[in-house]
Design a protein around this ligand. Sequence first.
Ligand code: ADP
Ligand code: MG
Length: 729
Amino acid sequence: MSKLRFRVVETAFTKKAIEVPTPAERPSEYYAKYVFNKEKMFKYLPSKVYQQLIDVIDNGAPLDRSIADEVAAGMKKWATEMNATHYTHWFAPLTEGTAEKHDAFIEHDGKGGVMEEFSGKLLVQQEPDASSFPNGGIRNTFEARGYSAWDPSSPAFIVDDTLCIPTIFIAYTGESLDYKAPLLKALRAVDKAATDVCRYFNPEVKKVVAYLGWEQEYFLVDEGLYAARPDLLLTGRTLMGHDSAKNQQLEDHYFGAIPTRVAAFMKDLEIEALKLGIPVKTRHNEVAPNQFELAPIYEECNLANDHNLLIMSLLRKISRRHGFRVLLHEKPFKGVNGSGKHNNWSLGTDTGVLLMAPGKTAEDNLRFVTFVVNTLMAVYRHNGLLKAAISSATNAHRLGANEAPPAIISSFLGKQLTQVLNHIAESTTDDLVTLAGKQGMKLDIPQIPELLIDNTDRNRTSPFAFTGNRFEFRAVGSEANCASAMIALNAAVAEQLNMFKKDVDELIEKGEPKISAILDVIRRYIKICNPIHFDGNGYSDEWKEEAKKRGLDCETSVPVIFDNYLKSETIAMFEATGVMNEKELEARNEVKWETYTKKIQIEARVLGDLAMNHIIPIATQYQSDLIDNVYKLKGIFAEDKAADLSAKNIELIEQISKHTAFIKEHVDSMVNARKVANKIESEREKAIAYHDTIAPALDEIRYHIDKLELIVDNQMWTLPKYRELLFIR
Ligand code: ADP
Ligand code: MG
């Protein structure tokens, strides 16, 4: 018999929180210290170059390459003063997370030494040796080049000793290989479309900005315990583990006092985030034990997205300083809530108006209703696509489970907004025409009363909820790049606003007054998109039935959900808005299916290994101890009495055999199912096979392992249990 192993790995950190020194300055003083923002641009760039660059950043003017050298020189001067020695193009390939390759600022000086160099050429464009990034077949080997190109709208920043330059990543042939390039195109499309529509209300509007405020949920676990869980280490989630007797049932964690060690970690994280110009504002405990949330003040969508990517890497880095590991996986633990990333989204004008917020005047409110209704239309018409945009192998554990948004996209509007929309929809054309005819541009529109939208009217089950001055897309996964959701949403809304403009202009051309034309189209739209509106309980079975009747996408298989990207209306929408073409969409779907397969494949291998190398040997060892005991009882007691005393142990011996036999059988059949699936050529079909035949086996095997966990001697069980993982001491 092998020696018993100790399960709990103590770390120095389990005892005491590390002290985080509070900087002498206030946040306002060190905020954006490591960012090459406008203030530093002004200081380090010649004034003409500064003006040109600001025009690029603020007004989307094309970047004149002739200024690149001077920008690079200024950036390098600032970076070296900040002790940076390296630079990197920082981009988001189609994996989770970001990619970077660091180069030192050095070049030969021609005199046998080196000097610090950074040219405009290196700032603007690079060709990372990146042939192993996912590309879905766009870059076959002879044109395997990809370029990273500077995105001046997101400022460069310094992490440790490296100047990071946010870039897009595209193929030699121009197709996007990342998230940023299509996001920038979608933002441009929505800017243009929304500006055109805004001009019905205010001809002064020149630009519309999409805003994003993300709320990032995450779990923390002790680093020592994490290290003893190969499943967490390799897959980001626990593939086994019986419920802890206590988890979230007392609801005592949510908004509770933050444990001292965690508070020290958060403080450290926030200081670092603020120095990187991430305006973090809110922190609190979440519903599950060891689950927390962090949210910044909302920002322009592209910048906010970069900041979310940065915060995820900061979370990973800083948690380790405090003896923690952060779990960004959507469902690290069975039986307690998973993690999401609410994407609060809205549009705002350069004249300072939030378009999703009601105003004081009737004109404001007509504009408000226009944008809300068009958003609902976009979400209705592309509800399947929006679901595809947030779907992944990992987020699948949340969606449809009884805690997070259901796997059907619908929109919560609340009582007041519902009344307003119903009122508009039910008024007759004649009313509207006379109204507009009588009162014309006075815009005194009784259909739209003064709106006081109460944003406490919340429904936590809705995947896309109106919350007062924005929509909150709640189905996004905690680990995901928000850009996926933001590309689909902004592009769909852009397409929709273009359609609205066309519909209204047609009526105006026929002689209908503008306001009447707008109301006419809105009335029609409210009726069309009514099926997307649902204020009830999104978790109920009745809703699933009802949603099917309404024609909403109810598919739950992630690989099949991805088909939404290749539907003709999706391709038409992305092409019309200039965001992506069919080839790019096809390639990206190949990557999605492949990633799905690989994730399940890794989980299946890890679970197979753990089951065969940890669980069965431990269970068998304990079973032998029990058998031994049965024999020994026979040696000292009379037969009858011995049989009586051994009855319970014999029952356990049988149960262990039953569970281990089941596990062995199912691991074998899972391996066979993998062999069959791996032979499938098509990435789509392969992913479907993994979904249908391998993913369910993971749950079945786990069930029996979790039963064994309750039977086997605690001292023998080598893996940390939920009750240890979930409660930070
Ligand atoms: P909740 O009450 O949903 O937990 P918070 O009030 O903490 O949310 O805000 C969530 C996020 O929404 C924050 O990042 C906040 O800045 C952002 N937010 C607020 N208003 C808007 C808006 N108009 N557009 C986009 N994001 C917004
Ligand atoms: Mg929220």
